[in-house]
Design a protein around this ligand. Structure first.
Ligand SMILES: C[S@@+](CC[C@H](N)C(=O)[O-])C[C@H]1O[C@@H](n2cnc3c(N)ncnc32)[C@H](O)[C@@H]1O
Length: 227
């Protein structure tokens, strides 16, 4: 099957599509679930995943992001691609109020964030830290997403979430299963550390989350189904 990755314009302070964005689009395409479905892209950023959903024939695509600049960028990119995406500023609670959805896709912030994150030497031009910082265990957004996923999904609905092993894949699976969703890892990829993880490597090693000397991470797509 051919996977189509939309071209999007980058914008200052908006997360430019990366390995995780593309792995999520791949999982979404391979799922075959999007055509005719009501799709939510939570944490839309540039809108790249939302636009891919629209191009796959979604009935509707709703996209939320906490950052107004990202929402503006997603709306512009959708317009440029000639697809309908209802891009809105909002958080998890707003997405819940707009649901339920048949397919929920999300690439949330998931990078564990230590006490010295403010003084890290991260190069300019990698976007806003809101796109990746996610608390000490990387689960600030992941936990409510997993715990409240059933409320967001229609009966028979499916959620696809991408995140790093460094934010605890097993915990996501456990939480999703504990709220009654059938859950498994459907795709994974080993990728080299980018600038943020390079800056955090020593801290991650000191917490025991990262084996000493390792400078690559596995990203996973988890599929959770409401039956
Ligand atoms: C890793 S980026 C993903 C962007 C895009 N979906 C992609 O795959 O390329 C995460 C996005 O989540 C947004 N975000 C962070 N916290 C959020 C929250 N609590 N609710 C909604 N969006 C949030 C950030 O502004 C950022 O645009």
């Amino acid at each position: 099957m051919t996977i189509l990755y939309p071209d999007v314009q980058e914008s200052v302070d908006v997360y430019a599509p990366q390995h995780d964005s593309y792995l999520l689009i791949e999982a979404m395409t391979l799922s075959g679930l999007v055509k005719g479905s009501r799709v939510l892209d939570f944490c839309t950023g540039s809108g790249v995943v939302a636009i891919a959903a629209a191009q796959l024939g979604a009935r509707t695509v709703t996209a939320f992001d906490i950052c107004p600049r990202a929402v503006g960028c997603a709306a512009t990119n959708a317009g440029d691609a000639g697809v309908d995406v209802d891009a809105r500023v909002g958080t998890w609670a707003d997405a819940l109020a707009a649901g339920p959805f048949d397919v929920v896709v999300s690439n949330p912030p998931y990078v564990p964030t230590g006490p010295h994150a403010h003084s890290e030497n991260i190069p300019a031009g990698v976007g806003s830290a809101t796109a990746w910082n996610a608390g000490i265990d990387g689960r600030l957004v992941l936990n409510p997403m997993c715990d409240r996923a059933p409320e967001l999904l229609s009966d028979g609905g499916t959620m696809l979430i991408v995140h790093s092993e460094l934010s605890d894949t097993e915990q996501s699976l456990r939480r999703l299963r504990s709220v009654g969703l059938r859950s498994e890892v459907v795709l994974n990829q080993l990728i080299p550390f980018g600038p943020v993880l390079k800056a955090r490597a020593n801290w991650l090693e000191s917490t025991g989350r990262l084996p000493v000397g390792r400078r690559e991470e596995e990203i996973v797509v988890i599929r959770a189904e409401k039956r």
